[in-house]
Write a protein that binds this ligand. Structure first.
Ligand SMILES: [Zn+2]
Ligand SMILES: [Zn+2]
Length: 306
């Protein structure tokens, strides 16, 4: 759920407008960034927020008289607004960033950029990390610094197999996300493949494990795909080398035998490509299973709709 701020005109997630009140939550006519500027929500009208507040039995903080509603926004240019909006969304959705940069500091950087004190406006086409740096902020996105010896020990302990899906894995991964626990103890470390590591990301270990257990048959299939593709690729390479050796022996580039071998190998390559695309489709499906499970778990935790 998004609201538009009556002062800066940015559209952002409703929690930027919500304050817990003594009896009821309050919804403000302007966003938390504009409040941090020292602006007063009571000076601004915001009809949409007002209607929502009424419907949800929240207190509305703002002007209830819409006459003479302000249309001189802090960020008047719509293109610039889009850039701030997507930067805000990146921050709101990133646990590592929100854990390391206090919201107050983040808001202050936005204010300084809006006011031209920082000569930079976040760029949607650049990485989040780059935008943060240009805005004078830094996040360590790789907190899981485990030393080399430990990594090797973990890899050997699990025989280079991902403990989630069973495919080959070398990523030493935290059961509990580092952003939450900062726990580098050996029993919080597990071996995973790059794919599971990426999918798990900041998801709590228990949830990831539960979702993973629901699809053990699919995981077994993925292992089969990986093994078959590996064997088939080796066979393809072996045949390619044989053709090269024969060519060298015969001293010719083309003859019926060589052409037959080449065409066989071409067919093998097509078969491998087709198996690879089945494998990719299954991987994609598995990833959707996790991302939906994660979304549902987050939604279940929230009791309010704004
Ligand atoms: Zn605002
Ligand atoms: Zn895996």
């Amino acid at each position: 759920m998004k609201f538009q701020c009556s002062s800066c005109a940015l559209r952002m997630d409703s929690f930027h407008f919500k304050q817990e009140g003594l009896i009821n939550p309050k919804l403000t006519s302007i966003c938390d960034i504009c409040l941090q500027r020292g602006l007063n929500a009571e000076d601004y009208a915001n009809n949409v927020v007002e209607v929502f507040a009424k419907t949800l039995l929240y207190t509305f903080v703002g002007k209830t008289d819409v006459e003479g509603e302000e249309c001189n926004f802090i960020v008047n240019n719509q293109k610039l607004r889009k850039r701030y909006e997507s930067f805000l969304q990146d921050y709101d959705g990133n646990e590592l960033a929100t854990a390391q940069i206090p919201r107050h500091d983040f808001n202050q950087a936005i204010i300084r950029s809006e006011d031209g004190e920082i000569d930079f406006v976040p760029d949607q086409s650049r990485e989040f990390k780059y935008n943060l740096e240009q805005m004078g902020m830094q996040v360590n996105f790789d907190l899981n610094e485990v030393d080399y010896i430990d990594r090797e020990r973990i890899r050997a302990k699990y025989h280079y197999r991902c403990q989630y899906c069973g495919r080959r894995g070398t990523s030493v991964d935290h059961k509990d996300p580092v952003s939450i626990s900062h726990n580098n103890d050996l029993d919080n470390l597990i071996l995973s493949c790059a794919e599971c590591n990426r999918i798990k990301s900041n998801m709590p270990f228990d949830l990831f494990e539960k979702l993973n257990n629901q699809i053990s048959a699919i995981n077994k299939k993925l292992v089969k795909y990986e093994n078959s593709l590996g064997t088939l690729r080796e066979e393809f390479e072996k045949r390619r080398r044989e053709i090269a050796a024969k060519m060298h022996l015969k001293g010719v580039v083309n003859d019926p035998e060589l052409n037959t071998l080449r065409s066989q190998n071409k067919k093998l390559q097509d078969g491998i490509d087709s198996l690879q695309s089945d494998y990719d489709a299954l991987r994609k499906m598995r990833e959707t299973h996790f991302s939906n499970g994660w979304k549902i778990a987050c939604e279940n935790r929230k009791t309010d709709i704004v």
